[in-house]
Unconditional design. Structure first.
Length: 240
């Protein structure tokens, strides 16, 4: 694992943007795996600014997202499709037909999970997967459990995750209780992974990652088995 320790969130976001843009510069039709939540917002702001300045070109880029809430339409302000459009896609020169997320409003959610898994596989999986990490060690919506699910699936969100995400909603009661998420195997098929960690509340998860053991109760630890992972960690999240 390569580690880039950054002074603060802004430096971490800038360094992450450099990595994403380097992948696209080498392969203009690269498949980029994106994450949502507050951690990658700075990365997306940098990508948008660089595209506007003519320093990055996403016209042939393909994207796949990790997850989507069950029950939220694409135009719902808290859906991950809305988030990606608002934070990134509407501000870069990407073909919206090349942006892919699970459909949280699908009538048959397990069938939608299987469809999305096939879609991501048909694209050759991500050339670069961007990940954040939950304070409980989850990646995507792969929550702590006694086992790790390989493929895209419907998952129940833990109370910890619901509480953490309630800041984006009027109350915790409004947070969906399920999500569609890429499985651990889907994520691990990515050719390259960058993991972003910012803030003191991520310190324990990164400390567990540094232990070097794979523990399904902290899903981020599976990244110890991947051949090309770069951790970008700010000082507040640094556990040592």
């Amino acid at each position: 694992m390569k580690i880039i320790r950054c002074k603060n969130y802004e430096e971490m976001s800038r360094e992450a943007a450099k990595i994403v843009e380097a992948v696209v510069a080498l392969k203009n039709d690269a498949v980029l795996g994106f994450a949502t939540g507050s951690t990658p917002e700075g990365l997306y702001a940098n990508l948008a600014a660089d595209c506007k300045a003519g320093k990055a070109d996403f016209s042939k880029t393909i994207t796949v997202n990790l997850d989507e809430y069950c029950g939220l339409a694409a135009d719902h302000p808290q859906s991950y499709r809305y988030f990606m459009n608002d934070k990134l896609f509407n501000h870069i020169n990407i073909d919206m037909n090349n942006t892919h997320l699970p459909n949280g409003k699908a009538a048959d959610l397990p069938a939608e999970a299987a469809r999305y898994e096939k879609e991501v596989a048909a694209l050759g999986y991500a050339d670069l997967q961007v990940l954040g990490v939950g304070h409980n060690g989850h990646i995507g919506f792969n929550e702590p459990d006694s086992f790790l699910v390989q493929d895209t699936h419907v998952t129940d969100l833990t109370e910890d995750t619901i509480d953490a995400n309630s800041r984006f909603f009027e109350s915790a009661n409004e947070v969906p209780k399920q999500a569609l998420t890429m499985g651990i195997g889907t994520i691990m098929h990515a050719k390259k992974i960058i993991l972003l960690a910012s803030g003191a509340n991520k310190r324990d998860a990164i400390a567990t990652l540094f232990n070097g053991k794979v523990d399904p109760m902290s899903p981020v630890t599976v990244l110890n088995l991947h051949h090309d992972v770069t951790l970008l960690c700010d000082d507040e999240a640094w556990p040592l």
